[in-house]
Design a protein around this ligand. Structure first.
Ligand code: GCB
Length: 918
């Protein structure tokens, strides 16, 4: 059998006559039927049928095993999927127990049996049949736990094996991340496998790697060298003479190179091996356009035995690359601007416990964007992510989660070094990986009492520098073929002061000029400064982004208003600045999709929506804008896809339309737009965007865009709620109006099918406020309103703005009966204890705290009736609590509706008003 196998390896299968082939297949089949009990590794997922319970009583393993109150779950699982979304600050960070009975086949007595956890956040203790089998610290890397000595076999019956896992996601100052703008969900949130290997096997005790490491020391278009190295372990009681055979297979399964190494292992011995494969001529290269993968199949063979004792397959991509400080990035000798996104690993409703299909889908969405680069931020993610990158041709940077700060402790340093080693060894064989990184904005949160220029500050910066040096050296030692990177926030001086840019080979900057601070122009200035002052350091823009809540829109977008329109403007500006600068080697948008950050407040509490996709992965306009630049085939999409329900006021009393802008994204030179079949003209595309002003009529508006010179079209339907200019208009009878006070934005509520329009001053015949000013939280960040979490509502964005000191809100509606809903939220409130510090202006101190709450009272009258007498901070106006009241109003004798505010103490205010004709 062995002989036949060997000869098969050497020759192309199609060069055999048919009859011989049949014989070969029959031989193989017979060999499979006689598989000896101790051959080849078996790996099975064990995600089903687990039990879970929280533990706030500090149970011992024995108590936990006997305790009641278990919930049946399956993996992946997190215990924080729901509590990170509620109105109560914080989420459960404590102990959870998992329990499962495994049935280990009697035949596995001869094998080495392991549990393999792809990841569990964050400190795990694994007990098997009541005994501690292994521990692991860190929530983002895999670990393997040996079981063999703990299994209890009983004759030929499978060994029923109790697995109990104690897991905690409590804060541990020795384990990164210490703090971050994402949620530290607890749970066994990735897959778990049971593995059974023959006693002689590839090393399974090497930081949960697969025990083999593939390098490609020399690759060119003409030739490629591939080396497979690793270690073999003999866990049997006798010396063994084995061969490691590696075959490199092309995509069609043909062997294109092979190498074998004979090894003799004493009982209990572990031995390393290194196998340079014969040089490959005219290799197929791996690139984003053609991600060609070979497979290196390494087997442990012994004597005449077949199949092998062990086998490991690694995907191999042949490519070479370099970063150049002036010219950027080169792949396979060609310049390639790296463009893509960052990614977090969560999904609405699931927390971080995602099936592999969702991890893969995100990489596909990046590919469909036209991206070629993924920053796997801020921690190593599910193996499915890098597998998808390999397959789809996405280059990747991976990092460990040292975020915001370090702890100057032995434990912290040791855990960082271990995590870095795990990350590298576990991800080593992915051709997509080009960068190993290890710090994200590590100086954003200087610990209490520490300033950049005081004595403790100097000591702290030295310690951060020390940790960076240790991690950098470790990384270069572990994997000299990849680049190292540290990612900084936009405080150039501080990182220079700490000496960090000098340490890693690449510098990543997270830049938010025109968002957290300053204006857009600050961005190119910063890039040029790097080029001037760090001329030998390749640069990547590792983060940039602006919040965009798909419900919010504005035609005068402003920094920090969270509208899609500001985000569009921001991305259009940033991309242009980066494309104009060849020294910007790469960039990754923050972020591919919206993600949970429990401590974050703002328009959608707990959600960071600086992203190209919504949480459920629907494209925002900015996604289409990037497609227009990155997709290589002809591309044309009408924007506004997530804004298909709009409202606005008719342009004049006798008009039946309202003009609003629409952007069309394309890589074609010009676009024609039609509205309900009527030609609106052709506009040139400037930097991927053709801009139109569309006269929307009431009801259905069908937009059709055509690329000039291409048989390409795109369609979108927009439903428009046309508001009359004069509320007594006979052509456009008044039905309802929803106004967000103190606000310059439109807010679409798809579920209730309502659109809220921005406030306006009252003019006779129409509607609006009389007097007052829009509320503005102290500080320079928000143009208006507050970013505090308003409790008791999911319409935070509406309650976060208000008009102060108004005397009236008037609507000159026709005589009739109306329902009026008045919305209030007291925005003056004590500062938050723990302020989110994502003020990346370079100032590490928290900002945004509002003034202390003050007593306030006022009364509201509707058409002279005191419907809300004495609204006050002592009654309904509790700080940051939504309160709404529905009242009835009769409009008589052409007086319309007059809502009046009479102050008692302090300034009256109104956050929102809805008026509906009954
Ligand atoms: C950053 C951080 C990232 C945050 C992001 C933001 O610089 O690296 O973790 O989520 O800014 O949105 O503030």
């Amino acid at each position: 059998m062995k002989l036949i196998n060997r000869s098969l390896i050497n020759r192309r299968p199609d060069s055999y006559p048919r009859s011989l082939w049949r014989g070969v297949l029959l031989g193989l089949w017979l060999a499979l039927l006689t598989v000896p009990a101790v051959a080849q590794r078996v790996v099975q997922s064990i995600n089903s049928n687990w039990l879970f319970r929280k533990d706030d009583a500090g149970l011992t393993p024995a108590q936990a095993a006997a305790a009641k109150g278990w919930e049946a779950i399956s993996l992946p699982h997190t215990w924080n999927a729901a509590d990170v979304l509620d109105d109560e600050p914080g989420y459960y960070r404590g102990v959870g127990w998992y329990k499962k009975t495994l049935y280990v086949p009697a035949a596995w007595q001869q094998r080495r049996v392991y549990l393999y956890f792809e990841g569990a956040n964050q400190e795990a203790e694994v007990y098997v049949n009541g005994q501690l089998a292994g521990r692991h610290a860190g929530g983002y890397t895999a670990f393997r736990v040996p079981l063999s000595g703990l299994l209890k076999f009983n004759g030929s019956a499978p060994a029923a094996t109790e697995v109990l896992v104690r897991l905690t996601n409590r804060h541990n100052p020795d384990i990164p991340p210490l703090s971050a703008d994402f949620t530290f969900y607890g749970g066994i949130y990735r897959d778990v496998y049971l593995e059974a290997a023959a006693p002689v096997h590839f090393d399974l005790d090497n930081y949960a790697s697969n025990g083999t490491f593939v390098t490609t020391p020399a690759v060119s278009a003409e030739a490629a060298d591939v080396v497979v190295a690793g270690a073999l372990t003999n866990e049997s009681g006798t010396a063994r003479k084995v061969t490691v055979l590696t075959r490199l297979l092309d995509r069609d399964g043909r062997t294109v190179a092979k190498q074998q190494t004979a090894l003799t292992l004493k009982a209990g011995e572990k031995r390393t091996f290194r196998q340079p494969l014969p040089r490959l001529r005219q290799p197929q290269l791996w690139s984003p356009d053609a991600p060609y993968l070979y497979r290196a199949v390494s087997q442990v063979l012994e004597g005449k035995q077949a199949p092998p004792l062990d086998e490991v397959t690694n995907q191999v991509g042949l490519r070479w690359y370099k970063f150049d400080a002036a010219q950027g990035f080169f792949l396979n000798g060609k310049h390639l601007k790296l463009i893509g996104t960052n990614r977090h690993q969560d999904y609405p409703g699931l927390g971080n416990a995602l099936p592999n299909a969702l991890h893969e889908r995100d990489v596909q969405l990046l590919k469909q964007l036209g991206g070629n680069f993924l920053r796997v931020s801020h921690y190593p993610q599910d193996p499915a992510v890098l597998q998808a990158c390999d397959r789809l041709g996405i280059l990747a940077s991976v990092e460990i989660p040292i975020v915001n700060a370090i702890t100057d402790s032995k434990g912290f340093f040791a855990n960082c070094l271990t995590m870095q080693t795990e990350m590298i060894r576990q991800g080593y064989n992915h051709p997509s990986v080009i960068i190993w990184a290890y710090m994200n904005e590590v100086l954003l949160r200087l610990p209490a009492g520490i300033k950049r220029d005081n004595e403790p500050g100097k000591v702290y910066l030295r310690r951060v520098n020390r940790l960076a040096q240790e991690l950098d050296s470790l990384t270069r030692r572990e994997d000299p073929a990849r680049y190292t990177m540290i990612v900084n926030h936009g405080d150039f001086e501080l990182y220079q002061l700490a000496g960090l840019p000098a340490i890693a080979q690449l510098v990543g900057w997270n830049l938010y000029q025109g968002w957290y601070s300053g204006d857009l122009e600050g961005f190119p200035k910063f890039l040029d400064r790097h080029r001037r002052e760090l001329p030998t350091k390749p640069l990547l823009v590792t983060e940039y982004g602006a919040d965009s809540d798909v419900r919010l829109h504005s035609f005068q977008p402003q920094r920090f208003d969270k509208t899609s329109e500001y985000a569009n403007r921001y991305h259009q500006f940033y991309l242009k600045a980066m494309l104009e600068r060849p020294f910007v080697a790469g960039s990754t948008v923050w972020n591919l999709a919206e993600f949970n950050s429990e401590t974050r407040q703002e328009a959608v509490p707990h959600i960071n929506n600086k992203s190209l996709l919504t949480g459920d992965r629907q494209p925002k306009d900015a996604y289409l804008f990037y497609q227009a630049h990155l997709v290589k085939s002809p591309f044309l999409k009408i924007g506004s896809r997530s804004w298909t329900l709009r409202a606005g006021q008719a342009v004049g009393p006798d008009s039946l339309f309202c003009r609003q802008p629409v952007e069309v994204y394309t890589n074609q030179p010009a676009v024609r737009l039609l509205l309900n079949g009527r030609d609106l003209g052709t506009r040139p595309a400037e930097f991927g965007v053709a801009r139109f002003t569309v006269p929307f009529g009431a009801g259905l508006n069908q937009l059709r865009a055509q690329a000039q010179g291409q048989a390409m079209e795109d369609f979108t339907d927009i439903e428009f709620q046309l508001l009359p200019t004069r509320l007594d208009s006979p052509q456009l009878p008044f039905t309802e109006l929803n106004v967000s006070l103190g606000d310059a934005r439109y807010f679409t509520d798809d579920k209730l099918h309502q659109v809220w329009v921005p406030e306006q001053a009252y003019t006779p015949g129409s509607w609006g406020y009389v007097g007052g000013q829009a509320y503005k939280q102290p500080g320079d960040r928000l143009p208006y309103g507050s970013d505090r979490d308003v409790l008791g509502t999911s319409y935070d964005a509406l309650y976060e703005t208000q008009r102060l000191v108004l005397s009236q809100f008037r609507l000159d509606v026709p005589d009739g009966e109306y329902e009026v809903v008045l919305h209030f939220a007291e925005l003056e409130a004590a500062p938050q204890g723990e302020q989110l510090v994502y003020n990346l202006s370079g100032n590490s101190n928290a900002t945004g705290a509002t003034a202390l709450g003050q007593a306030r009272s006022f009364s509201v009258l509707v058409n002279a009736l005191p419907v809300l007498p004495e609204l006050s901070t002592a009654t309904y106006l509790r700080p940051l609590q939504a309160a709404s009241f529905t009242v009835h109003a009769s409009a008589r004798e052409h007086q319309g509706i007059v809502v009046e505010f009479t102050p008692g103490q302090g300034q009256p205010f109104l956050n929102g008003i809805q008026v509906k004709r009954l």
